[in-house]
Design a protein around this ligand. Structure first.
Ligand code: PEP
Ligand code: MG
Length: 566
C-alpha cells in the first residue's frame, strides 16, 4: 500500500511521538495442538510447571524494575499477573486438562483461558473486558516460556515507536522505558494497564487501532498523535518535521505552564483539578499545580485483584493521597463497576454492597487527614441518591473512632446519565455537589458505545450541550458546586464551550492540567458565553465545532495551531 497510511485509534497518552517503528516480535504466538500418550503426561505437566515458574520470575523481575524506576505505587499493577500464576482456576485447571484429556500444555492453556474469559467478555463493561485481556496476557507469557523463547525482547537502544499487536504490562515496563518515544497497539483501551503505564512513563500512545491495514516495516517512520489518536505510517519528511516541532513545542509548553494561574482574559478564576486512577498519579497532579483531585477513579485499585483491598489497606492508601493533596480536596468516587449492573447475580450484587460499605468506611476514616469529599457514579434516580446518602450514614454509625464518625464529608454525585441532568434541580436538594461526566453522558444520550472509537459520539453534539446547560443552570440556581470531570473539559474546544456554558470548575487528567490552564488564560468569557449560547442552537457536533473554531479563532487560534488541533 502506498504511503503515508493514516490510522485512527484511541488516544491513550498525550504528546506526539515521531520515530522509526520498532516492531514487537511477540505477535500472536500460535498455539500448538498435540495429543499425548500416557507416558508423556508426566513430562508435559513438568514442562508446564517450569514455564509457570519462569514466567512468574520474569514478571517478578519486571515488578522490581518498575519499583526501582517509579516507586512502589505501581507494583500492584503486576501483582495481579503474579497471583494468576498460583490461581487454581487457571494453573490447576490446565494441569487437569493435560492429564484428563491427554493433550499438550499449550492446547490445555488455550482451552482454559478461553473458558475463563467467556463470561468476562459477555459483559458490556470495559472493566471486565480488560480483565479478560489480563488473562490473555498471562497466556502470552506462559506460551513464551513453554516454547522456550522466554523474555527475549530487549529494550530499545535508540528512540523508537513501539508497534505491537498487544503489549502485556510486564513487557511494557521494560519496552516503554526511555528511549522509547511512542506506542501503537492494535489491541487495548484507554483504561488498560498498559495505557496507564504509557501515561506514567510519559510515552505518547495510541491503542486499540484494530488490525493495522498494512504491514509496518521495521524502522519505517511513524507519527503517533496522543491527542487525537491518529497514527501515520510512512510519513514524508516534511510531515515528520512538522510533527517533531509540535512534539518539542508541547514539551516546552508543559514546562512553561506548570505554575501558571487559571484565570480567564477577563479575570475570572477557574478551578482546574486533576483526575487520577492510581495514587501514584498524585505526584504529577501536584507537580502540574492541580487544584486538588476532582475525580479519583477508585475502581482502578481493584484491577489487580478479584476483590477490593481490605478496609485497613484502603484507609492507608486513601490517607497517603489525602495527606499529599491537603489542604486541597480529594473527591473519591465510589467503585464504578458500570456494566456489571447488568450481571444477573444476586450474590455479586450483595458482595458489591459489602465492598461499597467497606469503601465508604475507609473514606470516612481517611477524611480526618485532610479535605475529602465522596461521590457516587451513575446516579439516575432520586431514590438511588437517597439510598446512597443513607448508606453513608449507616457507615458512620459503624465506626468506632469519633473523629471519623463525625467527619465532615460532602456527598455528591456524578451527572453522567441524561436522567440526572434532566432532574438536576431536584437532585440538587440532596446532593452536596455535582461532577459532570461527559464520557458517559455522551454514550447514554446518543446511544453510542464509548469503547468503540468508530461509533463514539461527541460531547459537542447539541443534545449533549443542552443537558450540560440544564445541569449548570440548575446547579447555579441552587448554589450547588458543579464541576466537569469528563473528557470534554480536557479538549481545548470542549473546554472553551464548557466555560461559556457557565462551568467554573473542571477536572482533567493530571497530564492535561497545564494545557487546560493555558486554554483558560486565553479565553474571554464574554466570547465563550456567546459561542456556547449559539452552539445550543446548532444542528450537529460538526456545526458546533466549526462555530467554536470561528468564534474562538482570535483568542485560541494560536494555541490550537501550536498543538495541532486545527
Ligand atoms: C465520565 O463518564 O465522564 C467520567 C468522568 O467517568 P468515567 O470516565 O470514569 O466513566
Ligand atoms: Mg462515567
Amino acid at each position: 500500500m502506498t504511503r503515508p497510511v493514516r490510522i485512527k485509534g484511541i488516544a491513550a497518552s498525550v504528546g506526539i511521538g515521531v520515530g522509526p517503528a520498532r516492531l514487537s516480535s511477540r505477535e500472536q504466538r500460535a498455539l500448538t495442538y498435540r495429543r499425548i500418550s500416557d507416558g508423556e503426561i508426566g513430562d508435559e505437566v513438568r514442562s508446564f510447571q517450569h514455564a509457570v515458574a519462569a514466567s512468574r520470575d520474569e514478571i517478578e523481575l519486571a515488578k522490581q524494575e518498575l519499583i526501582q524506576q517509579h516507586g512502589s505505587a505501581y507494583a500492584p499493577i503486576l501483582d495481579v499477573y503474579l497471583l494468576m500464576h498460583t490461581d487454581a482456576l487457571l494453573i490447576d485447571a490446565i494441569v487437569d486438562e493435560i492429564r484428563g484429556d491427554k493433550i499438550n500444555a499449550s492446547w490445555a492453556l488455550g482451552r482454559v483461558v478461553e473458558r475463563l474469559k467467556a463470561p468476562l467478555l459477555d459483559d458490556a463493561s470495559s472493566y471486565f473486558r480488560e480483565r479478560a485481556r489480563d488473562i490473555d496476557h498471562v497466556k502470552e507469557h506462559l506460551l513464551r516460556h513453554l516454547s522456550g523463547t522466554g523474555r527475549g525482547e530487549s529494550p530499545a537502544s535508540h528512540p523508537t515507536i513501539l508497534v505491537a499487536h498487544d503489549l502485556t504490562p510486564a513487557d511494557a515496563v521494560h519496552l516503554l522505558a526511555p528511549p522509547t518515544v511512542g506506542l501503537v497497539t492494535e489491541m487495548g483501551g484507554a483504561n488498560s494497564h498498559t495505557a496507564i503505564l504509557a501515561r506514567t512513563f510519559g510515552v505518547p500512545a495510541v491503542v486499540g487501532t484494530g488490525p493495522l491495514p498494512v504491514v509496518v516495516e521495521q524502522d519505517e517512520m511513524v507519527i503517533v498523535d496522543g491527542f487525537s489518536g491518529d497514527v501515520t505510517i510512512g510519513a514524508p519528511p516534511k510531515e515528520q518535521r512538522v510533527a517533531a516541532e509540535r512534539r518539542d513545542r508541547f514539551f516546552s509548553f508543559l514546562e512553561s505552564e506548570r505554575t501558571t494561574n487559571a484565570v480567564t482574559r477577563d479575570g475570572i478564576s477557574i478551578s482546574v483539578a486533576a483526575n487520577i486512577e492510581l495514587p501514584s498519579e498524585v505526584e504529577a497532579a501536584i507537580e502540574n499545580g492541580a487544584e486538588g483531585i476532582g475525580l479519583y477513579r477508585t475502581e482502578f485499585m481493584c484491577l489487580d485483584r478479584s476483590e477490593p483491598p481490605s478496609e485497613e489497606e484502603q484507609v492507608e492508601l486513601y490517607r497517603t493521597v489525602v495527606t499529599a493533596v491537603a489542604p486541597k480536596t480529594v473527591i473519591f468516587r465510589t467503585f464504578d463497576w458500570r456494566g456489571d449492573k447488568r450481571l444477573q447475580s444476586d450474590r455479586l450484587a450483595e458482595r458489591q454492597h459489602d465492598w461499597l460499605k467497606t469503601q465508604i468506611r475507609a473514606v470516612l476514616r481517611a477524611s480526618t487527614g485532610g479535605s475529602v469529599a465522596l461521590m457516587f457514579p451513575m446516579v439516575a434516580t432520586l431514590d438511588e441518591l437517597a439510598n446512597a446518602r443513607s448508606l453513608v450514614e449507616d457507615c458512620r454509625g459503624e465506626l468506632e473512632d469519633d473523629s471519623a464518625r463525625l467527619a465532615a464529608l460532602p456527598v455528591g454525585m456524578m451527572v453522567e446519565v441524561p436522567a440526572a441532568a434532566l432532574l438536576a434541580e431536584q437532585f440538587a436538594a440532596s446532593a452536596d455537589f455535582f461532577a459532570v461526566g461527559t464520557n458517559d453522558l455522551v454514550q447514554y444520550t446518543l446511544g453510542v458505545d464509548r469503547r468503540d472509537h468508530r461509533t463514539a459520539g461527541s460531547p459537542l453534539d447539541p443534545a449533549v450541550l443542552r443537558l450540560l446547560d440544564q445541569t449548570i443552570v440548575a446547579a447555579t440556581n441552587t448554589d450547588t458546586p458543579c464541576s466537569m470531570c469528563g473528557d470534554m473539559a480536557a479538549d481545548p474546544i470542549g473546554l472553551g464551550l464548557a466555560l461559556g456554558l457557565g462551568y467554573r470548575k473542571v477536572s482533567v487528567p493530571a497530564s492535561v492540567v497545564p494545557l487546560a490552564r493555558a486554554v483558560i488564560r486565553n479565553v474571554d468569557l464574554a466570547t465563550a458565553t456567546e459561542a456556547a449560547r449559539a452552539a445550543l442552537d446548532c444542528k450537529s457536533a460538526k456545526e458546533v465545532r466549526d462555530l467554536a473554531l470561528d468564534r474562538f479563532g482570535n483568542e485560541l487560534g494560536a494555541l490550537w495551531r501550536k498543538h495541532g488541533i486545527v
